[in-house]
Write a protein that binds this ligand. Structure first.
Ligand code: PLP
Length: 394
């Protein structure tokens, strides 16, 4: 008899976004005239910039002609895109080789797929609260998880302790959902810890493009020693509006070893076996992100979201609501006022001012009593939302 992977039965149903959708739809049915503003969604609203669209169109044209048509490409990605990424990293004084960069269809797939090359016996360290994919992908493999606590006191930036055990360590900076960012010295502590314990860090920088402060690294490889202990996963989803186009990249340094085996070689073997690469059209579009014109336009888009974040932050300041994030991140993580739980605050905002956010408890136990707002919206809606927020009394 065929057997299933029983670990899947251990997964908790993800009620977060379905419960939000149900609550919003019930509210709409009861209050058809009310206009709801969504500040909860982690998806971008601005369209692709012109340099990306131009590349996309010319790649489509390439496919229409005998001389420029492309079939299967290299599984790890086209050199033209890897070279652009290599040059981008130079801005952070990080030198990468083309063989160290693997083009993907987004960070989520790679975060899950990377686990293929690690033993299921490894113990993993995962911050709480955090992007739920890290937890679920490890439950699917049956790995033991040690949570490290993010709290208001530590700025939602848990640090390693001597007694912490973990072979694989997840770090997400800027963090989803808290918007917290590790600075250089904090990351150095994690890198030193990983080297000492012979652990591997999986560093998720899906939001690096939102970093404005010089003290916050865009890449873990800005930290000495990181190439000996870290894999970095990045995405163009939030950087350049690729949530629907799908493209990201993962870096596995050549010098990174585990069990005396090159992880770059293992990952290459895994990818060439199970993945046939990202489409030429999408990779051409991605190259438009790194062109001179693309960089300017993308910065404008990120400035737009960060201006939104500032508008939300200023309103929370006026309301005396404590929060973190919103500075080097599109996410604002607030402490629910009046000791409300995450879901109480959700209901309160929906009923009173018709604003939808995301209950923090959906990202881990330590998220209880917290709430995530995002700056991914059109400015006019953000302004309208904060005017409504300011009418609240706590
Ligand atoms: N990592 C983090 C922290 C995220 O928040 C997200 C998406 O929300 C992803 C990875 C996945 O990104 P992608 O769209 O590239 O799969």
């Amino acid at each position: 008899m065929t057997k299933i992977n029983k670990n899947y039965l251990e997964l908790k149903d993800s009620y977060l976004f379905s419960t939000i959708a149900t609550k919003v739809s019930e509210f709409k049915t009861k209050n058809p005239d009310k206009e709801i503003i969504r500040l909860g969604i982690g998806d971008v609203v601005l369209p692709l910039c012109s340099s990306v669209i131009d590349e996309l169109k010319s790649a489509v044209d390439d496919m229409a002609s005998d001389s420029t048509f492309k079939g299967y490409g290299p599984e790890q990605g086209y050199l033209f895109l890897k070279d652009s990424i290599k040059n981008y990293y130079k801005e952070f004084n990080v030198d990468l080789l083309s063989e160290e960069i693997f083009i993907s269809d987004g960070a989520k797939s790679d975060l899950g797929n990377l686990l293929d090359i690690f033993s299921k016996d490894n113990v993993v360290v995962i911050p709480d609260p955090v992007y739920p994919v890290y937890v679920d992908t490890n439950i699917m493999d049956g790995r033991k998880i040690n949570y490290v606590n993010g709290t208001f006191e530590n700025g939602f930036l848990p640090m390693p302790t001597e007694d912490l055990e973990g072979d694989l360590i997840y770090i997400c900076s800027p963090n989803n959902p808290t918007g917290a960012t590790y600075n250089r010295s904090q990351l150095k502590e994690w890198v030193d810890f990983a080297i000492e314990k012979k652990s591997i860090i999986l560093f998720d920088v899906a939001y690096e493009a939102f970093i404005y402060d010089d003290d916050i690294p865009h890449s873990i490889y800005e930290i000495e020693g990181a190439k000996k202990c870290a894999i970095e996963v990045c995405s163009l989803s939030k950087t350049a509006g690729f949530t629907g186009v799908r493209c990201g990249y993962t870096t596995v340094p050549l010098e990174l070893e585990c069990d005396n085996v090159s992880l770059n070689k293992l990952w290459l073997r895994r990818q060439t076996t199970k993945f046939n690469g990202v489409s030429y059209i999408v990779q051409k579009a991605a190259s438009g992100v790194f062109s001179k014109e693309g960089r300017i336009k993308i910065k404008e888009n990120i400035d737009y979201y960060m201006e939104n974040a500032k508008i939300i932050g200023n309103a929370l300041d006026e309301l005396n609501i404590k929060y973190i994030g919103g500075k080097n991140s599109p996410y604002i993580w607030l402490q629910c006022p009046g000791n409300m739980s995450s879901w109480e605050f959700f209901d309160y905002l929906l009923e009173e001012v018709n604003i939808v956010g995301t209950p923090g408890v959906g990202f881990g136990e330590n998220g209880e009593g917290y709430f995530r707002l995002t700056s991914f919206g059109h400015k006019e809606n953000i302004i309208k939302a904060v005017e409504r927020l300011k009418t609240l009394k706590f």
